[in-house]
Design a protein around this ligand. Structure first.
Ligand code: AMP
Ligand code: MN
Ligand code: MN
Ligand code: MN
Length: 295
């Protein structure tokens, strides 16, 4: 039955942040994977959206392409990511907010470089910057540079050793708080989605607290379907979305093709879930739109 559904992926990255495909290449890959609805959600930047929309518009069978952004925020001492969907990327309040986010990223990236240098790793800032090639610098760029330079066997291991909370290269986050980001998203006409809620290594008690406070801060939806997740985790997130009257979203968080990562991978649409595209203010339409969300 799943084959009959339209494939939807509402969380993905391009080379405008720490993804490896250009916006055009991402669209091509989405077509190849038969994705019908795609949101591009780069970290704290909308720089990839214009190229993607222009390229998509000229295709014979364009995707439903949703303008998005993934915003880093602070909640207690955690880095919490909020995916914004259907934003007006030209909204001045959002543009100012994202400018500031990128300044915070620059400051943080320099500090990460200093910390790594103290730990004997020279040239990390320069190496990460070269990989970023003008894009907003992310820890993902540092991870790639360190893995390529042989400091660890994989990007995940770089995070474990150097970049996760409490490790040598981790800079305590200085993002703005979650509620401020949600307010800005709403001002730009967007829908605020709590990204990968099970990805923050929170205890069950803290995860519940996060979801409750996200709702209190006027958040709209939870990402309940992720690329690599257990059925238990998925069910737990669906239950939390019900409990807090939040809509549900889904996203692969695609950065580059890999053994375990692919655009549209694992994007099931479980039954009886209140999806974001059923929200009254959802505007992107899909033809035939009566297929969406049905099993
Ligand atoms: P930042 O937004 O700069 O704090 O970087 C977060 C990004 O780092 C995420 O979006 C991922 O792309 C990447 N990342 C985080 N944790 C891991 C991990 N364990 N393995 C590989 N990449 C990771
Ligand atoms: Mn990333
Ligand atoms: Mn994220
Ligand atoms: Mn992401």
């Amino acid at each position: 039955m799943i084959d009959e559904m339209i494939l939807i992926d509402l969380h993905s990255h391009t080379s405008a942040s720490d993804g490896m495909l250009s916006p055009t290449e991402l669209i091509d890959r989405a077509i190849e994977k038969e994705i019908a609805v795609l949101a591009i959600t780069d970290h704290d930047t909308t720089a990839g959206l214009c190229e993607a929309q222009q390229y998509n518009q000229h295709l014979t069978k364009p995707l439903i392409l949703i303008d998005g952004v993934e915003i880093s925020t602070r909640w207690h001492s955690y880095d919490i990511h909020i995916v914004a969907l259907q934003i007006d990327a030209n909204n001045p309040v959002l543009m100012d907010f994202l400018d500031n986010q990128r300044q915070l990223r620059d400051v943080r990236a320099k500090e990460i470089g200093v910390r790594l240098a103290k730990a004997g790793i020279e040239g990390a800032f320069e190496g990460a910057s070269e990989l970023a090639n003008g894009a907003a610098l992310s820890r993902g760029h540092f991870a790639r540079f360190l893995a390529d330079s042989g400091y660890a066997t994989s990007m995940a291991n770089v995070f474990k050793r150097y970049l996760s909370r409490g490790k040598t290269g981790y800079v305590p986050n200085n993002w703005l708080d979650m509620a401020t980001a949600i307010e800005v998203i709403h001002q730009a006409g967007g829908i605020a989605v709590l990204a990968h809620p099970t990805g923050y290594k929170l205890s069950t008690k803290w995860l519940k607290r996060l979801v409750a406070e996200f709702k209190q801060a006027k958040g709209d939806a939870l990402e309940v379907v992720l690329s690599q997740q257990s059925i238990d985790d998925r069910n737990k997130l669906i239950a939390l979305s019900y409990q807090h009257e939040l809509y549900a979203s889904l996203g692969s968080d695609f950065h580059f093709p890999g053994r375990f990562s692919e655009l549209g991978r694992g994007m099931w649409q479980p039954k009886d879930v209140n999806w974001v595209w059923q929200m009254p203010n959802w505007v992107a339409t899909v033809e035939p739109n009566d297929n969406i969300g049905k099993q």
